[in-house]
Write a protein that binds this ligand. Structure first.
Ligand SMILES: [Zn+2]
Length: 231
């Protein structure tokens, strides 16, 4: 029997972290940080996950990787399974989060962060199939940010799919998300699942309008999104 437990992103948004218990071993999908009005949830104690041998990462946003140093602080020493780009970007994201962390009540310290980057890592590639201890999985392109993936698992004839965030189509640089295959169970990101996105051109027009109407009166400051490789 396969059991799934959700440590976040269920009944809330952010904090994506799911434990899959197979008869022989367990694995985690993501170890995300709760953000915004849910940030108090980061302080909730986690159960003992020291024996979990694998952690799959879907992508490098903080709400999918931010509790990894907390896991490490609690003794997690498993192998991180991830696209190379995700692991590369996760370093920036986690270092940045560490510098911004509440000094009064830190969730982890610098050594935990160092230990995080000393974890064993297995890099995986889009389209390839892998097998660990009888758990087969295929890595698919989620089209969300560089390195973003969703995983199609197969174990003893059962197929189950975990997505992190899924991207939009026709975006520059990042490819379109791939179509998933049939599965018995799908765990899917659904933050905006109850809304239709409006056409991209309408958003461009709105931004233009906001910029030009502000420029008539003063300066425009545009905070950039917190995920970018500086090299
Ligand atoms: Zn994301």
């Amino acid at each position: 029997m396969i059991k799934i437990k959700f440590y976040g992103a269920a009944g809330t948004v952010t904090g994506s972290m799911h434990l899959v218990r197979l008869p022989d071993f367990s694995f985690l999908v993501d170890a995300g940080y709760f953000q915004g009005r849910f940030s108090e949830l980061n302080n909730e104690p986690l159960e003992d996950l020291r024996d979990v041998p694998y952690l799959f990462l879907t992508h490098a946003h903080l709400d999918h990787v931010g509790r990894l140093p907390v896991l490490v602080r609690n003794g997690f020493r498993g192998t991180v399974i991830t696209h190379r780009a995700t692991w590369h970007i996760a370093r920036y994201i986690l270092e940045d989060a560490f510098n911004l962390m509440d000094e009064e009540e830190p969730l982890y310290d610098f050594r935990d962060l160092q230990r995080t980057f000393a974890l064993p890592v297995k890099f995986v590639e889009y389209g390839k199939e892998y097998d660990i201890n009888g758990l087969k999985f295929r890595v698919r392109d989620a089209g969300h940010v560089l390195g973003s993936a969703f995983y199609e698992y197969e174990y003893r004839g059962k197929r189950f799919t975990f997505s992190g965030d899924l991207g939009n189509r026709n975006k520059p640089i990042v490819r379109d998300p791939e179509m998933p295959n049939r599965a018995d169970v799908v765990v899917v990101e659904s933050t905006y699942g109850n809304r239709d996105h409006r056409p991209f051109q309408e958003s461009v027009e709105e931004l233009k309008e906001a910029v030009f109407s502000t420029l008539n009166r003063g300066k425009v400051l545009i905070p950039s999104f917190a995920l970018e490789d500086v090299k």
